[in-house]
Design a protein around this ligand. Sequence first.
Ligand SMILES: Nc1ncnc2c1ncn2[C@@H]1O[C@H](COP(=O)(O)OP(=O)(O)O)[C@@H](O)[C@H]1O
Ligand SMILES: [Mg+2]
Length: 339
Amino acid sequence: MQGAVYKKTKRMTNEKKRMNTYMTQEQVAPYAKSLGIELTNLSPIQRNKYCAIGKGILRDGTPCIIKDYGKSDPKLAQLEADSLSFYDNISTTVDGLKSCGLLAHNPEENLLAISFMSGESFTRYVYKSIFSNTRKTIALHHAETIGTLLRELYLRGPASTEKELGDFMREYLQHSTDRLRNIPILGKLCLGKNEPSVQTLLSGATESGERPSFCHGDCVPRNAHSDDSGIGLIDWANTSEQSHILNDIYNLLTALQNMIIPPTYKNQIIQALSDGLGDLAFDIRLHRFFYEYHRRRWLMLKLYARRPWPLAQALRGLATFAKPFSPHHLGALKRHIKP
Ligand SMILES: Nc1ncnc2c1ncn2[C@@H]1O[C@H](COP(=O)(O)OP(=O)(O)O)[C@@H](O)[C@H]1O
Ligand SMILES: [Mg+2]
């Protein structure tokens, strides 16, 4: 049974017919049995490096999400299950935050059933709100709700036992930095002569004395589902206790900065996010680390996509928001630097 969604998705992606075909009852039944839920339909959405994702329908008509981790490390599905339960607890305490709970988990079969979060990506919601003041007001509330959620994740997330950020953070920053340096001409625009080395950034983060903290790990507007009634975060597969909430904040900031919306509106969104974060404040060296981590990662991904649109985005970024770290590029988020 394992991999049925996986194979189906692969074939359908090739045929560009995603979501059009439902799996047969014989294919759906084993998922229902393994998860102990009354699943009547299952249609593939997509797959990533670790799992196949499908949309299921329960007998009472409620939609749900099925993730089939197949032969991937069962720790990954366990991590997503634990993080979802943690998020679902928080969602009951934050106004306007959509819930997203774990419906079932079969560790032996490496399967998860997750409740479906309605709504569209926050990116779409924001673009559609540009010409409606009512929707703009709601979008600003949503940005504040996400800020409040991040604050809660920081304050209530499992405490890290380590004093330093996880190796993954250093390795990925090194990877992005090396790849940027290898790009002729443009590489020099991304990383000037006086750019701090990865070692300098990391020692700064460590010397700051700030402890690592829990983070969502993929906090981008496309993982935020929103409608007029609220907003919530999906995709809890990349959480870490050895990172920091600034990881989520700068991931979100970079994605928001990349959006083409009126600057005043963008600044209002960033201000609302900051309002939600409340009085959280961290050492400037930790800000520098995560700002550079996301700036370099974003530029590297855009430039290595080798397509005109991402290249145009990278050039626009370099001319505007993706400049080397300086507190005045942070706009409203500057107040989250410890004095
Ligand atoms: N809980 C959910 N509710 C609604 N849609 C979901 C949910 N989880 C996943 N999806 C849909 O599946 C897509 C991929 O799932 P996601 O968990 O974000 O995996 P990936 O890591 O591949 O981005 C999402 O963009 C969304 O369309
Ligand atoms: Mg996602």
